[in-house]
Design a protein around this ligand. Structure first.
Ligand code: NDP
Length: 261
């Protein structure tokens, strides 16, 4: 599968989002996704499913080293004294020795960013996370984080889809060698009914969701669509056998610019 590079991290272009997947459903979907060929799973401490993500991974029979696993620290653990303990608790729930990527889930209005980033860097240095990064950071926060963090940041994970332009954040990530990871990449399912995407998809025999995901990966963005349905797992992965024309790319990008006006 294509990968998106971010300061040494090689992040598979499509990953499985797991927000709101819980219990047996979560474990089963993670297992099926890996069997179908997904090699990137996105979870978070706050999703309350790290245990089931770990179970699904082990049940799949895919080697741990072949899977890129991201989790995130919630803001209640951003003080230096809490962050490492929190990361260790995530690893205990996952039953793993390390994650591939550990993210700060949201910026915190009160805990100084340098304190949290220092603690995050120590988690990496202790071998608990191969890479570290941030999520929901705007351009100003990216600049502040890059200047303050003792270790390189692999990515910023941000909401991005055709209805939400993120050109400035994408540019800031590129400037600092960071990968851009798109969450809610199919706008929480909204793209399904999009006529412009469906019309483009007809030309390639692809669905609107597939066109949307292809538009993201053709921008060198990693996307982490979530589904609880087996057939959609396959659909969301099946985007590497066609290429959108420059004109299609421009038309889809214009949807977001129009929405911003
Ligand atoms: P998505 O954009 O991935 O959309 C998920 C919704 O779309 C579900 O309701 C799903 O329904 C539906 N869907 C999935 N595939 C298709 C398809 N091919 N056609 C039509 N509908 C489809 O939304 P999320 O908000 O879940 O974002 C994805 C992931 O990003 C999250 O799961 C999480 O891992 C991460 N995230 C990170 C955040 C952060 O702060 N860092 C915030 C929000 C999300 P069904 O299950 O019925 O298929």
């Amino acid at each position: 599968m294509n990968v998106v590079e971010g300061n040494g991290a090689r992040i598979p272009a499509i990953g499985l989002g797991t927000w709101e997947l819980r219990g047996r459903t979560c474990a089963r979907i993670v297992e099926q996704a890996l069997r179908l060929g997904y090699r990137h799973i996105d979870t978070a401490q706050i999703y309350d499913n790290e245990r089931e993500v770990g179970e699904g991974l082990r049940a799949s029979g895919i080697k741990r080293d072949d899977v890129f696993l991201t989790t995130k620290v919630w803001t209640t653990h951003f003080m230096a004294k809490d962050l490492e303990r929190s990361a260790k608790e995530s690893l205990a729930r996952l039953r793993m020795a390390e994650v591939d990527l550990l993210l700060l889930h949201w910026p915190h209005p009160h805990v100084p960013l340098a304190e949290t980033l220092g603690a995050l860097a120590r988690v990496k240095q202790a071998g608990l996370a191969r890479h570290i990064g941030v999520s929901n950071f705007n351009v100003a926060l990216i600049e502040e984080a890059v200047a303050a963090c003792p270790e390189p940041l692999a990515c910023d994970q941000v909401e991005y889809h055709p209805y939400l332009s993120q050109a400035d954040v994408i540019e800031a990530c590129a400037r600092h060698g960071m990968a851009f990871v798109a969450y809610s990449p199919i706008a929480k399912g909204r793209v399904k009914g999009d006529r412009a995407l469906a019309r483009i998809g007809d030309r390639y025999r692809k669905t609107a969701a597939q066109v949307c995901l292809r538009w993201l990966v053709q921008q060198n963005v990693s996307a982490i669509p979530r589904t609880s349905k087996l057939e959609r797992l396959q659909e969301n992965l099946d985007i590497f056998d066609f290429e959108l024309s420059d004109e299609d790319m421009r038309e889809i990008s214009a949807i977001g610019r129009a929405a911003a006006r």
